[in-house]
Design a protein around this ligand. Sequence first.
Ligand code: AMP
Ligand code: GLY
Length: 423
Amino acid sequence: MKVLVVGGGGREHAIIRKLKENKTIEQIYAVPGNGGMYKDATPVNIGAKDIDAIVNFAKENEIDYAVVAPDDPLVLGCVNALEKVGIPSFGPRAEAAIIEGSKVFSKNLMKKYGIPTADYHVFSDAKEALEFIKTAPIPTVIKADGLALGKGVIIAFTREEAKEAINSVMNDKKFGSSGDNIVIEEFLQGPEVSVLAFTDGKTVKPMVSSMDHKRALDGDKGLNTGGMGTVAPNPYYTKEIADLCMETIFLPTIEAMNKEGRTFKGCLYFGLMLTENGPKVIEYNCRFGDPETQVVLPLLESDLLEIMQATTNGTLADCEVKFSDKNACCVIMASKGYPEKYENGFEIVIPEDIEKDVYVAGAKYDNGKIYSAGGRVLGVTDVNETLKGAIEGAYSKVEKIKFDNAFYRHDIGARALLATEEK
Ligand code: AMP
Ligand code: GLY
């Protein structure tokens, strides 16, 4: 079997590694992949947003199954286009991917179907938004409607900051047309949990929960990033909370999407906040999280390809989705300066015995060597009986990896560990 994976980051590397455990797969193409994946997949020099070229490549190379991992191609209809030429694919069609593609859509969906989320107002006019903010409770949260590389959320702690945020998103178009509409919402507090769930539009099978660390620096300081590290499971996410989320959030969301004629198939990511008033949805993503995938998939004991195909075929109810009860920690090694300016092109040296635990996010291949090529360069995962063991294991591997200008957080999992010890 020939499989094509669209995307090129650490998440895709983790998906590819897990797919490779299925012995019916002879070849995996990564579109575009990155230079650090060359031992696991064949890179194809086509951009992840170039849907026509992806479809042509898939046809010409007789791809049997495609996995579309990033938000952009999903929102642009990559799965629709592949299905049109008869290639079964993992991921939602565009009409369902809108759950991530438009925050206005997802907020209105939650309101209509009574799914718990922060109170909100939608604005298409900057003047009205600026007027509203004069009396709105502070802190407040301002979100660009469309995709913005994970940077479209601004938490304003003063009215002045809120004003600046509205101006930069709506008037200065910091995120382009993604900021034509904005959502201004209630500031929520509590531990955050990421839950990725497989669904075929009928059945929902949540994966092990996880915790992301979004800020660039230790102690949750610095700018927001794509994610600097993760642990799984998330100790705040108890069995009782999981049951409550299934009943009040997961199943109602799948049902709501069906009722809207937008059946969601693939991986639906629930970004949750466990507030004093119960779990609430902070955001939906229409895909696997990055770097959540780098801790969730290493704990998956069932066959990933079979599960993915079951989501496509509508047979997920009959498919085993089993996770180990171990713990995982992933530490991201980034380029100094990320998420702002950084330098690239430094040789990355990874000892052979830990290669299998390294998911490369941004690297170029040249003559048997790999060189840093991105903000987030790689993620290092350890799986262990205990959370403490997984954290120590991940950091001991990080110390063995060398490239100039590398930087990473030193406290990935610290907050989770505290919660475990408090229990
Ligand atoms: P997002 O890019 O949607 O994942 O949001 C980035 C981060 O902003 C989230 O992980 C939360 O930490 C924070 N955030 C988003 N919405 C809210 C909210 N309503 N209240 C408090 N924090 C929020
Ligand atoms: N780690 C957060 C995301 O993938 O959006």
